[in-house]
Write a protein that binds this ligand. Structure first.
Ligand SMILES: Cc1cc2nc3c(=O)[nH]c(=O)nc-3n(C[C@H](O)[C@H](O)[C@H](O)COP(=O)(O)O)c2cc1C
Length: 182
């Protein structure tokens, strides 16, 4: 959302969690686009998890629309109000993160020349999870079928985990021996 209240929605696969506590996320923009401009204008944004059931909407919202056009409306996605930030979230997304913008880093190439690549960082201040994906009190990520980016322009659906770290793993790990000064 920008200061005028225009709503914007687009897929960003250059997205990741970068800090657990406080929870922080990032997305990278190839050039100045509406998303990063709007985020910097209001200091608020929402990350909606892209999942298999929303794959057609993910593709459709990636098309270039004129600034001010609400992609949610155009592709028929219902918006629902957020709790702690002004931009609404996508109702059909099973997981949404309400974020406050922290900073944008403009990348430089190895010669120190600024590249048209911008990484925006935000702190997560609110989390929505569809109760249908809570199993035995824990989030069942696989059941949400999140979409992940692979090479080229290929996107995969993730449904199974293969490794789970538990407290027992942490306890079994031996602390490293301290190096003694000669
Ligand atoms: C699945 C998918 C993932 C994408 N990820 C990114 C990305 O990480 N960064 C980026 O700059 N563009 C990405 N794009 C392209 C943008 O979604 C596209 O340029 C869009 O029009 C930007 O909209 P905006 O101007 O409203 O921000 C992606 C497109 C698709 C289909």
């Amino acid at each position: 959302m920008n200061l005028k209240g225009d709503i914007n929605l687009a897929p960003y696969s250059y997205f990741n969690s970068v800090s657990t506590d406080p929870p922080m996320v990032m997305f990278a923009s190839d050039g100045r686009k509406d998303t990063i401009d709007f985020v910097e204008e209001t200091g608020e944004f929402v990350c909606n998890l892209a999942v298999w059931d929303l794959r057609a909407h993910v593709k459709d919202t990636s098309l270039t629309f004129a600034r001010g056009i609400n992609e949610m409306e155009v592709v028929g996605l219902e918006a629902t109000p957020s709790v702690l930030v002004k931009p609404p979230r996508v109702k059909a997304s099973p997981c949404a993160l309400e974020c406050k913008w922290l900073q944008t880093v403009r990348l430089k190439d190895i010669d120190g020349n600024p590249a048209p690549r911008f990484i925006a960082f935000g702190q997560v201040i609110g989390i929505h999870i569809d109760d249908n994906f809570i199993k035995d009190g824990l989030l069942d990520t696989g059941a949400m079928k999140p979409i992940a980016r692979a090479g080229y322009q290929e996107y995969f659906v993730t449904a199974r985990f293969f490794l789970k770290f538990t407290e027992a793993h942490k306890l079994r790990a031996q602390p490293r021996a301290k190096k003694t000064e000669e």
